[in-house]
Design a protein around this ligand. Sequence first.
Ligand code: IMP
Ligand code: MG
Length: 179
Amino acid sequence: MNNDIERIFFSADTIQARVKELGEQLTKDFFGMNPLIVGILKGSFIFMADIIRSINTNCEVEFMAVSSYGRGTTTTGAVKINKDLGHDIEGRHVIIVEDILDSGLTLSYLKRYLTVRNPASISICTLLDKPARRNADIHPDYVGFECPDAFIVGYGLDYAEKYRNLPYIGVLKPEIYER
Ligand code: IMP
Ligand code: MG
């Protein structure tokens, strides 16, 4: 598995340090507000587990599952809700936690989908931002790292469902994508 990686973009230590900073920022901004942290499955599950442990005030955790990607490396633009919230969000401060903001189609759809349920606020916290590929009017409130326009894996991000378990984030050797 590690042999399939061509280059590491963000080491495990770099990620941990940045996630801690983001958690401290969220603690300040939502202190005493009992925010509802909504992780978007599957890609965000590792980031979620780490960031909520850096949030030092009460919060609640939910997950949604959406699909916008098949086995390939480019978005189809279609968003399907595979698992919805089990919670009423009216009047709540919602923080959507995503692994990566790429075209932005997934999050702009989700934000509209949740806004009609009258939350007090909706914020977007993404570990990675690929602004070069933005194709929707969506602006993240919290960003871990800006990343280059390459298809990356690790720390929850997959290629054809693999490599989510890498503790760092990197790019695969080209021959792996060509398979
Ligand atoms: P968007 O709708 O184009 O912003 O796509 C967002 C989703 O596509 C993310 O939540 C990821 O699941 C997936 N994705 C986008 N870029 C990458 C990448 O470089 N590696 C792995 N998954 C990605
Ligand atoms: Mg995802």
